[in-house]
Design a protein. Structure first.
Length: 59
């Protein structure tokens, strides 16, 4: 999930069950992953560039 101000969150939902196994609600967890996302894109681009350099030229 991305907020209006650009922060990224991983959202997980888990049902909250009673002792007799009835769903009584839900637990929602938000984990901040903004920094990881910011670091991920340059790495992804570097991998793509490196892969392209290793491919033989056609023609």
């Amino acid at each position: 999930m991305v907020t209006h101000d650009g922060r990224c969150f991983k959202v997980r939902t888990i049902p909250y069950c009673s002792h007799d196994n009835l769903i009584n609600g839900v637990v929602i967890t938000f984990s901040g992953i903004t920094v990881a996302k910011m670091l991920e894109e340059p790495l992804r681009q570097e991998i793509e560039t490196s892969t392209m350099r290793k491919m033989p030229l056609i023609g």
